[in-house]
Design a protein around this ligand. Structure first.
Ligand code: BGC
Length: 758
């Protein structure tokens, strides 16, 4: 009966969607019948909104193009007034009055800025991830934006790559869950509502595998690695309904993604059934000239034929497609198809009903940075923080005595926002000094000293302001000598009971075009840390950064280390709450922290070699000078409490076909604090037709336990969790033994074996 009801519901919604699609098709057919080919090509052109333009101060060229119907979308409009001015021209003066689609990189919040995505992934909390995207959509759509260039779901195993900050880390399974959560948060259930926006999954595809971690660099990988390890998060975003996808800058099998027919048509559309539109990354069409694909006309043809629909900023489509049509290099059908997909997106967003539906000055006043949003931002920032070390139980700090907060990031606001926080405003940010004062109460005396600059490397210092807006530039040359800064810091430290050293990276050292060859603390900062440790006082190292860093020395020498990332608007309050124990840290790393750069790429779900590491045998897979192990493995993160794991209990050890397996452990909070633990479940398929990873994350459960409390944590496993792409790229599972692991991180696990037959 229940099943019948469900089927009926499915049928009704199917019929409804069919009806809506039919209506949309009729509308678009009718519109396209009126459009000239120039106008159709115009819909494929995405241009910039020119920054802070307000009112009628519209650039002449833009104005002319809008009037002629030569612009389909615009990115980075910052005010409702400016976007309204552009929309007015399109609606009132262009031949067919087609509304403009306004997009922006709303990556981790719009005005209320959440932690960078890499940090948020450390929450292992899908509903809070979705909520962050919901709030971002609520705010951005009030201010004119209907389309966001997020989620960024590129798997990254190389922390030299600055864009590791923008994704969810190294794991395909977790990355897939997170990708879907973002899409649901942005798009909701109805794209046409005035507070939902269209997601754009990026960067399709494999962008995170740039050789040597250098941005925009070559990618070269086997189909097996693609299908099993890099493609799943994009697929998950598409399955969650992402309305658009952005091509990546890299080549795949020798052909740039933007011109890659296999990628954009055979895989994305034919195999995965994607129905949305594809936009290039910024000038990615034009960049195919440098990749050796021909002149602008040739690369634009290549892009359109491959399945690209919209051309970001480079105007290759706008300036060459007509000629290519006349010369028979592209067909009317090719142009029509791309144009239709762009118009469909506008239709689904409700722009044809009301082109101004996302431009509501009243809503912009009430729906942005609400107290509720800020509360959520703080909760998310607290949960993104990972406690890496806490020897001698220095943490949590007492709420009395004197705390010296020292370091270039201690009093800093702008860098808390992290990369891609265009809508953020640093005047809303709490610095760590602010937070420690506010959350500590009157019995804590908080002192501050800068202590050092970020770096003494002049080339690197210059990049600090790479993305700084007007009035946000930081000094890149010291006004106070390094010696003087250190002296002041030591004087401040001398008065304190405990020192909080806030070190790491300014936000411009991660994100786009921000690769680093050295991912350790800069020597000026490490020297400051050494001097602080020498005082003999307890030192807590708080790291603000956008990538895993090499922390071998720090892990050896500092008793307490907190990975706080760039935590967004509420960074300072969140860090303070964790330091004081108002929130017991629960974050777990989603990328491996290497010992040094020579280990990269390093990731937990690697394959075994034929000669696995054996300390007694020289001829095994290892380095002569360092161990193979990272400093902190994937999934790692401590709590102020202790969680004890029992052995694994399996509901069965012999299974067949569709049977379900349940794996359970008893988790005990043997510490003094209430806290959350992320119980992780990994599976290994030790014998298969292809060499399989040593373990793969397949599920997790986040559980809250009071001190002394015990809970049984059970996770169901089905054959879906055993599936992988084999050499024929067929997705299936293979009968045999499987090892089930449960534990607190990817290294420290309990194990049990099952046998599963077909
Ligand atoms: C980045 C994209 C971004 C686009 C638009 C590009 O440079 O690679 O991630 O969405 O710019 O701002």
């Amino acid at each position: 009966m229940k099943r019948l009801g469900f089927l009926l519901l499915l049928l009704v919604s199917f019929i409804k969607i069919q009806g809506q699609n039919e209506k949309m098709n009729l509308f678009i057919n009718d519109l396209m019948n009126k459009m000239t080919v120039e106008e159709k090509i115009g819909q494929l052109n995405l241009t910039t909104a020119g920054g802070f333009v307000t009112g009628s101060a519209v650039n002449q060229q833009t104005q002319k193009k809008l009037q002629a119907g030569q612009i389909g979308g615009m990115l980075n409009g910052f005010s409702v007034a400016s976007m309204r001015a552009y929309q007015d021209i399109a609606i009132k003066e262009s031949p067919n009055h087609i509304p403009i689609l306004f997009g922006m990189d709303v990556i981790h919040g719009y005005r209320t800025i959440f932690p960078i995505p890499l940090a948020m992934s450390c929450m292992w909390d899908l509903s809070l991830t979705e909520k962050s995207a919901r709030i971002a959509a609520q705010e951005a759509t009030a201010n004119g934006i209907a389309w966001t260039y997020s989620p960024m779901v590129d798997i990254a195993r190389d922390p030299r790559w600055g864009r590791i900050a923008e994704g969810a880390g190294e794991d395909p399974w977790l990355g897939s869950q997170i990708a879907a959560a973002y899409v649901k948060g942005y798009q909701g259930n109805d794209l046409s509502l005035n507070n939902t926006m269209m997601a754009c999954v990026k960067h399709f595809a494999l962008y995170g595998a740039a050789e040597a971690g250098r941005d925009y660099n070559t990618v070269d990988m086997s189909r097996l690695t693609m299908y099993n390890e890099y493609l799943p998060p994009y697929k998950a975003a598409i399955e969650a309904g992402a309305g658009s996808a952005m091509t990546s800058f890299n080549i795949i099998d020798g052909i740039p993604a933007t011109g890659n027919h296999w990628l954009l048509t055979e895989l994305l559309r034919n195999q995965w059934g994607f129905k949305g539109f594809v936009v290039t990354d910024y000038t990615a069409t034009n960049e195919m000239i440098n990749h050796g694909m021909g002149d602008l006309q040739a690369v634009s043809t290549l892009a359109l034929k491959a399945g690209t629909d919209m051309d970001m900023v480079g105007e290759g489509f706008l300036t060459t497609l007509k000629k290519s049509l006349e010369e028979g290099k592209v067909t009317r059908k090719d142009i029509d198809l791309a144009c239709r997909r762009v118009l469909e997106a506008k239709y689904k967003l409700g722009l044809f009903d009301d082109p101004y539906r996302y431009m509501n000055e009243e809503r912009a006043k009430t729906d942005i940075m609400t107290p509720e949003d800020i509360k959520t931002a703080r909760a998310i920032a607290e949960r993104s923080i990972v406690l890496l070390k806490n020897d001698k139980l220095i943490l949590p700090l007492k709420k009395s005595g004197t705390v010296a907060v020292i370091g270039p990031l201690a009093g800093n606001k702008g860098d808390m926002l992290g990369t891609w926080a265009m809508g953020g405003d640093q005047s809303n940010v709490s610095s760590i000094v602010d937070g420690l004062k506010k959350m500590g109460g009157i019995a804590v005396n908080v002192l501050y000293a800068k202590g050092s600059e970020f770096t003494d490397n002049p080339q690197l210092a210059k990049s600090i302001n790479a993305f700084a807006g007007p009035g946000q530039k930081q000094l890149t040359e010291p006004v106070v000598s390094p010696g003087q800064l250190l002296k002041e810091a030591l004087k401040t430290a001398d008065k304190a009971d405990v020192i909080v050293a806030v070190l790491g990276e300014p936000s411009a050292w991660s994100g786009e075009a921000s690769s680093l060859s050295d991912i350790g603390l800069q020597s000026v900062q490490q020297n400051l840390l050494k001097a602080l440790l020498k005082t003999g006082k307890p030192v807590v190292l708080v790291l603000i950064n956008g990538r895993p860093m090499t922390l071998g020395w720090e892990n050896e020498n500092v008793s307490a280390i907190l990975e706080a990332w760039a935590g967004g608007t509420e960074a300072g309050n969140a860090v303070a709450n964790v330091l004081y124990g108002n929130y017991n840290p629960s974050g777990k790393l989603t990328t491996t922290f290497p010992l040094n750069v020579g280990q990269i790429p390093i990731y937990y779900n690697h394959k075994n070699t034929g000669r696995p590491y054996d300390p007694k045998n020289k001829f095994t897979s290892k380095y002569l000078d360092i161990p193979n192990d990272p400093v902190y493995p994937f999934g790692y993160g401590m709590s102020y409490s202790n969680f004890d794991y029992s052995d694994i209990r399996l509901s069965k050890t012999q299974l067949q076909g569709d049977e379900k397996l349940t794996a359970s452990i008893t988790l005990t909070n043997s510490g003094k604090f209430a806290g959350e633990e992320v119980v992780q479940l990994y599976i290994q398929d030790p014998v298969a037709s292809i060499s399989r990873p040593v373990k793969e994350l397949k599920n997790f459960k986040k559980v809250l336990l009071q001190p002394g409390e015990k809970k049984e944590v059970s996770i169901d496993i089905s054959t879906k969790d055993l599936m992988f792409y084999n050499t024929d790229l067929k997705y299936d599972w293979e009968a045999g033994d499987f090892i089930i692991y449960m534990g607190t991180n990817s290294r420290d696990v309990k194990a049990a074996r099952v046998n599963w037959t077909k």
